[in-house]
Design a protein around this ligand. Structure first.
Ligand code: NAD
Ligand code: TYD
Length: 352
């Protein structure tokens, strides 16, 4: 008998695999059921260290399939969901918005319906925790911050689909009393991130002596958080957050893209014993992303003040850990950058 039976959706992805690892190891009294479709971004190699644990189950399933998810709910007596499954990359959402509507919107509403059907006679102890992004708030100028009360203003197909899913989750709380929680986090980085995203893409291209594509002038600003700090925030909100509430999560760590890429170049030169300035020579300014949001910046004082969370990983230390991980995991890198990803890279960077 487990104390909780928790579905984690998207557990084979980047952030999901860190959340699965944290929960499986920290809470042997919980059964963790990882439900993942294994798209290009899902990779069971991310979880080799937990796959044999007694309290861990993996099920390959698409969150859009009501019956399959409903069967899992019944078979495992599911009382909580931590929902991370999503299409997560802005550039891919520009190429193919419909995939984002399907998984992020239809998939989330399907999960809400399964949870409601199974829990509606007794909401006690149930939790539907939806993991979202700061991108739903839109784009900031060089001043100001996103608060939990900031009106939604999504501007990419990705952020529009995540905003829509957040609205549905809140609607199920207000309309049906479904016990939900939501968090909106800034940009994550760390081991196991798929190299379509800025930081691993730059690390891997430096490793392979390939151009470092910086969109536009590199003036856009992002707030970066080490992925394990995000997983810890999710743990705290899952256990202590108030039902119906939203929590912003951020790193208080804003960087202009060009400054960040130069910082990665310096760290890589040091690590690889290259002459100073070698990696920077690979920087190439390329055509900007359409509708490129200028700046994201999170105010997360609600989470800090009410639940006592704060990021633990200093940015330089986190980047060094991340760089070392990619250098030491050449097989993982090689497996993900061959095949389907090669075609995406060609389309995104070489045919524009
Ligand atoms: P990811 O792309 O690395 O992983 C997504 C996972 O979801 C993959 O394992 C994939 O196989 C799975 N998946 C996709 N479609 C599915 C479907 N229809 N059914 C079941 N599984 C499916 O994503 P990530 O970067 O780990 O992001 C996880 C969540 O966190 C997303 O909801 C994202 O919006 C949110 N988020 C990400 C960031 C970030 O910086 N990466 C920041 C804030 C919030
Ligand atoms: P990304 O990692 O895609 O995250 P998001 O767009 O969700 O914030 O990109 C982070 C920033 O880096 C964003 O401003 C776009 C920029 N970027 C580049 O300049 N070059 C690239 O090759 C990529 C992938 C991103």
């Amino acid at each position: 008998m487990y104390k909780r039976n928790i579905i984690i959706t998207g557990g084979a992805g980047f952030i999901g695999s860190h959340v699965v690892r944290l929960f499986v190891n920290k809470y042997p009294e919980y059964r963790i059921i990882n439900v993942d479709k294994l798209t290009y971004a899902g990779n069971l190699e991310n979880l080799i260290d937990v796959e044999k644990k007694q309290n861990y189950v993996f099920i390959k399933a698409d969150i859009c399939e009501f019956e399959k998810i409903d069967t899992i709910f019944k078979e495992y007596n599911v009382d909580s969901i931590i929902h991370l499954a999503a299409e997560s990359h802005v550039d891919r959402s520009i190429m193919n918005p419909m995939d984002f509507v399907m998984t992020n919107v239809v998939g989330t509403v399907t999960l809400l319906n399964v949870a409601l059907n199974n829990w509606k006679n007794n909401f006690e102890n149930k939790i539907f925790y939806h993991v979202s992004t700061d991108e739903v708030y839109g784009s900031l100028e060089m001043e100001g911050y996103f608060y939990e009360t900031t009106p939604y203003n999504p501007r990419s197909p990705y952020s529009a689909s995540k905003a829509s899913s957040d609205h549905f989750v809140r609607a199920y709380f207000h309309t049906y009393n479904l016990p939900i929680k939501i968090s909106n986090c800034s940009n994550n980085y760390g081991p196991f991130q798929f190299p379509e995203k800025l930081i691993p893409l730059m690390i891997i291209n430096i490793m392979n002596n390939k151009p470092l594509p910086v969109y536009g002038k590199g003036e856009n600003v992002r707030d970066w958080l080490y992925v394990e700090d995000h997983a810890e925030a999710i743990d705290i909100i899952f256990h202590y957050g108030t039902i119906g509430e939203t929590y912003n999560i951020g790193g208080d760590n804003e960087w202009k893209n060009i400054d960040l890429v130069k910082f990665i170049c310096r760290l890589m030169d040091e690590k690889l014993n290259y002459p100073p300035g070698s990696s920077e020579k690979l920087i190439t300014f390329v055509k900007d992303r359409p509708g490129h949001d200028l700046r994201y910046a999170i105010n997360c004082s609600k989470l800090k003040n009410t639940l006592g969370w704060k990021p633990k990983t200093n940015f330089k230390d986190g980047l060094i850990k991340t760089i070392n991980w990619y250098l030491e995991n050449a097989k993982w890198v090689n497996n993900v950058i061959t095949g389907e990803y090669e075609k995406y890279y060609q389309k995104q960077y070489l045919e524009r």
